[in-house]
Design a protein around this ligand. Structure first.
Ligand SMILES: [Zn+2]
Length: 405
């Protein structure tokens, strides 16, 4: 082989290397062709995929093209990837969003479906693998989003990210369009105290403790339980809301929404909101019972609520927050004051928003989701003296969501 050819090959390799390494996502709408019309400029075939991608004209979310992934057998993995270099000095929020549509038959025990998969390479060498909610079945264009800084394993600055539209654990076709990844400057850290399920202890025990510090909190209420024994009453909830708390819906019956037909899950979302409205309580956010969600619930919830949250662990970005991917820190009876201190410190260091979720405040309870009263008093004192801004859940969503300066 003569030097000219070697140089030419080297130049080609170098070019592909440079093309795959951008400081920003290029061609996220797949409008620009690569080497051929059905290839997308800057999108490569990832090594772990046995099937590639093709650019297609239809269906598309906007413009003239989208990206198609197709699996014909259960073992197929289709994907595409693009490497984006951030070289962060300190951890800053990075939001990835995109639109997905498809018709995907789930393989037994399948997990991923059609999803936005990411390999996050931290500056310290750690690699974090994560994905947006899995999408299965036949579905129209729906948005997917993740803020990479809110993933609990992302503990420090990010060197680079491989963005990977992925179809795995299912047969059929999935389409991706309008992928965007963007870094934000974080704002001041903040903390929210939230009480799930609507147990009366939120009103009878937690509120008086927080009132002594002048703190406002939030409650996610199961509307079918309101006014029943052990639960908060309509009057309690109205007082909370009039007194600076924010109230979220936590469904009607606290069902596992991913185990029931989507129509029933939709009713849980819509009817609980209506019930609260009749009581003159405006619920703009929703908390999934048991934290269960998937792509279909994710898409449905976005139609009815400004924010939907599960119980995935982590803290939230204070800019570029994807309001349907809010992370939490859940308190159990084994949670120590030291744990809470670590969560508050993490928020402080990352300039993040931590949502601390309690359930029942009581000395005795029949499951782990309770906090003894004296523990709660100490935790409230720690929060009040942390120097962090203490805000309601709805205020956090308003302040930090995508696009807010
Ligand atoms: Zn619950």
């Amino acid at each position: 082989m003569n030097l000219k050819i070697i140089t030419a090959i080297f130049a080609v390799l170098l070019l592909s290397f440079i093309q795959a390494e951008s400081a920003e996502l290029i061609n996220g709408g797949f409008e620009t062709a690569g080497a051929s019309l059905n290839e997308a400029l800057n999108w490569k075939l990832a090594k772990f995929c046995n099937k590639g991608h093709v650019r297609v004209r239809s269906p598309r979310k906007s413009g003239s093209w989208s990206l198609k992934l197709q699996n014909t057998s259960a073992d197929d993995i289709s994907c595409s990837f693009q490497k984006i270099v951030f070289n962060q000095q300190e951890l800053k929020p990075i939001l990835l969003t995109g639109f997905i549509r498809g018709n995907v038959k789930k393989t037994p025990n399948g997990f991923f479906g059609a999803t936005l998969y990411v390999e996050i390479h931290l500056v310290d060498g750690t690699i974090v693998y994560w994905n947006s909610a899995p999408n299965f079945g036949s579905f129209a264009w729906r948005e997917a989003g993740i803020n990479l800084s809110s993933i609990y394993k992302v503990t420090g600055p990010i060197a680079y990210v491989n963005v990977i539209p992925l179809l795995m654990d299912g047969t059929g076709a999935a389409y991706f369009d309008n992928l965007v990844i963007r870094e934000f400057e974080p704002r001041e850290a903040a903390v929210t105290l939230m009480f799930d399920d609507g147990h009366e202890s939120a009103f009878n025990v937690a509120k008086p403790v927080l009132d002594a510090y002048g703190l406002c909190a939030s409650a996610a209420v199961v509307t079918g339980e309101i006014d029943k024994p052990d639960s908060m009453t309509t009057a309690d909830l109205q007082e909370l809301e009039n007194d600076c708390w924010s109230i979220s819906s936590h469904s009607e019956t606290h069902a596992h929404l991913d185990d029931i037909p989507i129509g029933k899950a939709r009713n849980e979302m819509i009817n609980s909101k209506k019930t609260l409205k009749k009581k003159k309580i405006e619920a703009v956010s929703f908390a999934y019972p048991f934290g269960d969600f998937n792509g279909a619930l994710f898409a449905e919830c976005q139609k009815h609520y400004v924010s939907c949250r599960g119980v995935n662990a982590g803290v939230n970005p204070t800019r570029g927050l994807y309001p349907h991917d809010v992370k939490t820190r859940v308190v159990k009876n084994t949670t120590t004051l030291g744990d809470v201190w670590n969560w508050l410190s993490e928020a402080w260091e990352k300039k993040a928003w931590v949502v601390i979720v309690f359930h029942v405040i009581a000395d005795d309870w029949d499951d782990a989701y309770h906090t003894p009263v004296s523990d709660f008093e100490e935790m409230a004192d720690l929060v009040a003296n942390s120097g962090l801004d203490v805000i309601t859940y709805d205020e956090g969503v308003r302040r930090y969501s995508v696009g807010k300066p």
